[in-house]
Each structure stands twice: as structure tokens, then as C-alpha cells.
Design a protein. Structure first.
Length: 416
């Protein structure tokens, strides 16, 4: 086993830490900047190495005990060994540095945070447990400190042997209006045996993921979210299927919605483009201040719920990708209804499609509210918009996932 003593230099996007061995960068989990640690090299590439942490020789003053029973095995909370305030500083510095590295001036920077534990309302289990940090095996859990009290109660009250097999979706929070046992909506996708091939041992694979806009009463979830506006507290109910995507931290979601609502209220407020709209969570609130909303979402399952959530509000919807909408529908849409006054963009981790970035740059929509779950692609997308004449007015670090390296952010851009 090739072990080395290194100093932890920094943290990078994704949660790994950097050291140097013989002039080559080495990446490994579990460190804290400034520590001296012993690592075991796992793989050597041409210009970098990967390793695992063996021991901490000189610990950081920010190192704390990981108090999660499954902390050493579970692959989820990869920053739980760090004091929570310093965790937030590290995540925030990654976001700021990525934007500055792209040459984007950040005139106003904000951190939006909430509870460090008890926040996660959406959990996926595999064969009753969580996937291990070090392998594909399942770690059976009876509790999860970052989960909401409703999810934690379900885990305690439902032994692993009584949990459905396959992929299991749990959604539980005090904001859930309709739910089953322990305030948790539960949905499962069964497993099936993989066919043997040339004598290989059969394995277990998840069944085909949920597709098709067929409403299943057992897996529907309805939440009531509320935000504070200058005039009053605004409450909205949102319906979705727990097998699809929905935000996992409703406290931070409400805070983000309040920021968006305030920013959108300062625009002309006639037409809004909601690109990658999902179940229409943002538009449900913004429909109160815009005359018309255009929804674009390639996942027609999610779009079916967006249609229900925006019932009675002037809107149009397109069940196609952003790229297809730009190429086939955008010109006709604006010719008929006029230009957009603002756009909400919430793409997947890969960021905006190239055609969408070009469309935004060329059409010069006055305001863009860009939301992202990946700081690398967010900085890339915003840099292209800035080069085309937009100014970054506000950058928000949205701390949706404390105890992890996950970073969400909101950029408010204005066309100069």
C-alpha cells in the first residue's frame, strides 16, 4: 500500500480535497484545508492521482466528530466531519472562486441558509437502505440526522425487512398536506432479475423508471409553500409525483421563492419564460405578478403537474427540450405574443443547453433569473451571458444541502 503524508491545500467542487505528491495533484475525500493527513494512493493518472484518507495527523480546529451512526459508510453527508459554519464558508468560497475564475465581477453576494439538520424531506432508498460511500453495497439505516422529523420517524418505525425492495422514494415534511404513515408519502419501483448472458451470474437491476403521464393516487404528493411578500404572506399548493424530481429542502425553497418573487416584481411583469420548469414550482408563485407564463419542460410527466398547478392562470406549455423549443417554437411564440420581459432558468446539472444559452444571448431578455445545482456549469453559463452584454447584479449561495458538498445558487442578471 503506497501511503503518503500530505498537507490539505483546498477543497474543490464535488467535495474532494487537494494535496500534492511529488509535484502531482492528488484528490481525496475526508480532509479539511490546512490539515496534515496520511493518504493511500488509489489510482495514478498522467496529471493527477486519487487517494483515500488513512489518518489525520494534525487535525483542523474545525474538525468535529461525525455523529451520524452511518457516517463512515453512507455516501451522503461528506462534510459532516467539519464544523457547520466552516462548511458553509468552504461551499461559499467554491462558488465565488468559480465565478471570479470566469472573469465575472460579483457586485453583491448573499448566503441563504437554514437548518443544518432535520431539513431533507426527500430521500431515496435502494433495497431498503442507502448506497455505501466506498462500494455499491447497501447500508441499512434506522435514522438519518439530516432528514425531516417525518422521515426519521418512518425510518425508526419501519424496519429494513419491512421496507419495499427496489428503489424506494420517501417524501415527508410538515408542509405535506396529504400523506400516509408517519406523514410520509412512500412510492417504490420494484426490482427484476437480470437475464443471464453467457453464463454470467444474474444480478438485480431496477425496473424501468417511471414514465408516462398517468396519475397514481398512491404516489401523489401535495405541499403547501408560503412566502412573505411586501403585501402579505402568499401561500400556494403544489402537486407532484414523488417518483419525479422535487426540491429536498422546503425551508430553503421558500426562501428562494421569496427572493425570486421580490426580484421579479421589479421587472415589467408582462411575459415570463420558465425554462426547465419541472412541476412549475417557481411559476406557481410568479403567475401572480406576470400576465402570461410560457412553460418549457422536456419531461412531460412533470409538465402534466405544472399544468394542474397553474390551472386558471394565463400560460402556455411545451413538452419538449429547451433546444427543440428554441429551434422550432421560440420565433413563433414571440411573433404571436411579443418578447419576454424575464426568464427563469433552472437546468439540470449539465447546465443550459448550448441553443438555450445562444437564444438568451441573442434575444436580450431584460432579466434572467438563473438557478443552478452545479456551480461549475453555472459559472460557465453566466460567463457566456455576461460576454453577450448581461450584468450579474446579485449572486446567491443557496445552502440547500448542509453537511454535504452540494452547492445550489441563484444569479440575477440584467441586460445592459
Amino acid at each position: 500500500m503506497d501511503t503518503q503524508i500530505v498537507t490539505v491545500e483546498n477543497i474543490v467542487s464535488g467535495g474532494n480535497y487537494i494535496g500534492s505528491v511529488n509535484g502531482k495533484k492528488v484528490f481525496f475525500p475526508g480532509g479539511i484545508p490546512g490539515e496534515t493527513v496520511e493518504i493511500s494512493l488509489v489510482e495514478s493518472k498522467n496529471d493527477y492521482c486519487t487517494a483515500r484518507l488513512v489518518s489525520v495527523i494534525n487535525p483542523s480546529p474545525y474538525r468535529v466528530e461525525n455523529d451520524c451512526p452511518a457516517g463512515e459508510m453512507c455516501g451522503g453527508c461528506n462534510m459532516r466531519h467539519i464544523e457547520t459554519g466552516y462548511q458553509q464558508q468552504l461551499r461559499s468560497s467554491i462558488l465565488q472562486n468559480l465565478f471570479l475564475h470566469k472573469g465575472i465581477p460579483v457586485p453583491a453576494y448573499h448566503t441563504v441558509s437554514g437548518n443544518c439538520d432535520g431539513y431533507r424531506c426527500r430521500v431515496q432508498l435502494h433495497t431498503g437502505g442507502l448506497v455505501s460511500r466506498h462500494s455499491n453495497r447497501t447500508v441499512q439505516i434506522h435514522d438519518c440526522p439530516v432528514a425531516t422529523p417525518e422521515i426519521r420517524a418512518w425510518l425508526r418505525d419501519t424496519p429494513p425487512q419491512h421496507r419495499p425492495g427496489g428503489k424506494l422514494y420517501l417524501f415527508g415534511d410538515q408542509r405535506v398536506l396529504e400523506s400516509g404513515i408517519s406523514g410520509v408519502v412512500v412510492a417504490s419501483v420494484p426490482e427484476y432479475k437480470q437475464k443471464t448472458h453467457r453464463g454470467k451470474t444474474p444480478g438485480i437491476k431496477p425496473a424501468r423508471r417511471y414514465t408516462g403521464t398517468v396519475v397514481s393516487e398512491e404516489t401523489l404528493c401535495k405541499v403547501e409553500l408560503s412566502i412573505q411578500t411586501p403585501a402579505s404572506v402568499l401561500k400556494k399548493q403544489i402537486l407532484f409525483d414523488v417518483r419525479g424530481f422535487f426540491q429536498s429542502n422546503l425551508e430553503l425553497l421558500e426562501k428562494t421563492l421569496a427572493i425570486l418573487y421580490k426580484a421579479a416584481a421589479e421587472t415589467p411583469r408582462r411575459r415570463l419564460l420558465d425554462m426547465y420548469c419541472g412541476a412549475g414550482t417557481f411559476s406557481v408563485f410568479l403567475a401572480d405578478i406576470f400576465d402570461h407564463i410560457t412553460l418549457v419542460e422536456h419531461n412531460r410527466d412533470a409538465l402534466a403537474y405544472a399544468e394542474q398547478n397553474l390551472a386558471g392562470k394565463p400560460h402556455s406549455s411545451y413538452g419538449i427540450s429547451g433546444e427543440t423549443w428554441v429551434k422550432q417554437c421560440a420565433a413563433a411564440d414571440t411573433a404571436k405574443n411579443g418578447n419576454f420581459d424575464a426568464a427563469v432558468i433552472d437546468p439540470p446539472r449539465s447546465g443550459m443547453e448550448e441553443a438555450v444559452r445562444k437564444y438568451l444571448a441573442d434575444t436580450a431578455i431584460p432579466y434572467i433569473f438563473s438557478i443552478s445545482c452545479d456551480p461549475v456549469t453555472h459559472a460557465r453559463d453566466c460567463s457566456i451571458l455576461v460576454q453577450s452584454g448581461y450584468q450579474l447584479q446579485q449572486l446567491y449561495f443557496l445552502d440547500f444541502y448542509p453537511q454535504t458538498s452540494h452547492i445550489e445558487s441563484l444569479a440575477i442578471l440584467k441586460k445592459l
